[in-house]
Design a protein around this ligand. Structure first.
Ligand code: SAH
Length: 214
C-alpha cells in the first residue's frame, strides 16, 4: 500500500480547505493530515481521494465527505482514552480518525461485506478498534457506557439504546432526519442523567437501516 509525496501534498491542501470551512480543532486536522484516505476508497476513485466529497465504498454505501468527518469529530471533543462507540464503520476512515485521537473505539457495521473488508484494512494500517457486525440501533450494551457515541448514517429518530449507553457527561453526535438531508444533532448527558439537545445544521448521509444484512 502506497502513500507517496503526492498523497501527502494533497492531504495538506485538504487540511487547508477544512480550516477555511471552519474546522479549528488541531488534533482533528492533524489526524486528517496523517491518514491515507486514498487507501479507504476503491482504486477507481483514488485520484479524487483528497477532494472534499463523499464516494461510493461498495454495498451501496459511501465514505463520508472529509468536512463531515472533521465536523462530527470536532463536536465529539475526543480526549485520549475516551471510550467511543461508532455506528456505521463503513470504509473505516472515521474509525481511523477516532483511533488517531487516542480513543478506545468500538464500531458497528450492519453490512457483512464492508465489515469484513474494513477489518482487514484497519489491521493492515495497524489500527486496533473493536469491530462488530451488528445493528447499530441496539448499540453495544456489553461494553457500555461510552463517553462518546457517533452515528455516521442518517437516523430517522434517536435510538433509545444509544442515549441509554451514554456515560454521565457523555456526548452523542447523530444526524437526524429521514429525507434527503439530516440535522446534525448533539445530545449531552449531564451528571444527573438529564439529556440536552443542540443542533448544527444540515448534512447529507446514507440512511441508518435496521437489522444486519449478509
Ligand atoms: N463512517 C463511515 C461512513 C459510512 S456510511 C466511513 O467513514 O466510511 C454509513 C455506514 O453505516 C454504511 O457502511 C452502512 O452500511 C452503515 N449502517 C447503516 N445502518 C446501520 C446500522 N443499523 N448499524 C450499523 N451500521 C449501519
Amino acid at each position: 500500500m502506497q502513500d507517496n509525496f503526492r498523497h501527502k501534498g494533497l492531504r495538506k491542501q485538504l487540511v487547508t480547505l477544512l480550516k477555511e470551512k471552519g474546522i479549528t480543532d488541531v488534533t482533528v486536522l492533524a489526524a486528517i493530515e496523517k491518514i491515507p484516505r486514498h487507501l479507504f476508497l476503491d482504486t477507481a476513485f483514488v485520484e479524487f481521494a483528497y477532494n472534499d466529497v463523499a464516494f461510493p465504498i461498495g454495498a451501496g454505501q459511501t465514505i463520508s465527505q472529509p468536512f463531515t468527518v472533521a465536523f462530527q469529530t470536532q463536536l465529539l471533543q475526543i480526549k485520549k482514552n475516551d471510550k467511543v462507540l461508532e455506528i456505521g464503520t463503513g470504509s473505516g476512515y472515521q474509525t481511523s480518525v477516532l483511533c488517531e485521537l487516542g480513543a478506545r473505539v468500538f464500531s458497528i457495521e450492519r453490512q457483512k461485506t464492508l465489515f469484513q473488508k474494513t477489518k482487514i484494512l484497519l489491521t493492515e494500517l495497524h489500527y486496533t478498534p473493536r469491530l462488530f457486525f451488528g445493528d447499530g440501533y441496539l448499540g453495544q450494551p456489553s461494553f457500555a457506557p461510552f463517553n462518546k457515541i457517533i452515528v455516521t448514517a442518517g437516523a430517522p429518530f434517536i435510538p433509545p439504546a444509544l442515549t441509554e449507553q451514554l456515560a454521565i457527561n457523555g456526548k452523542l453526535i447523530i444526524p437526524v432526519g429521514e429525507g434527503e438531508s439530516q440535522i446534525m444533532t448533539e445530545i449531552t448527558k449531564d451528571n444527573s442523567g438529564k439529556l440536552t439537545q443542540k443542533t448544527y445544521g444540515e448534512f447529507k448521509f446514507v440512511p441508518l437501516l435496521e437489522e444486519k444484512a449478509n
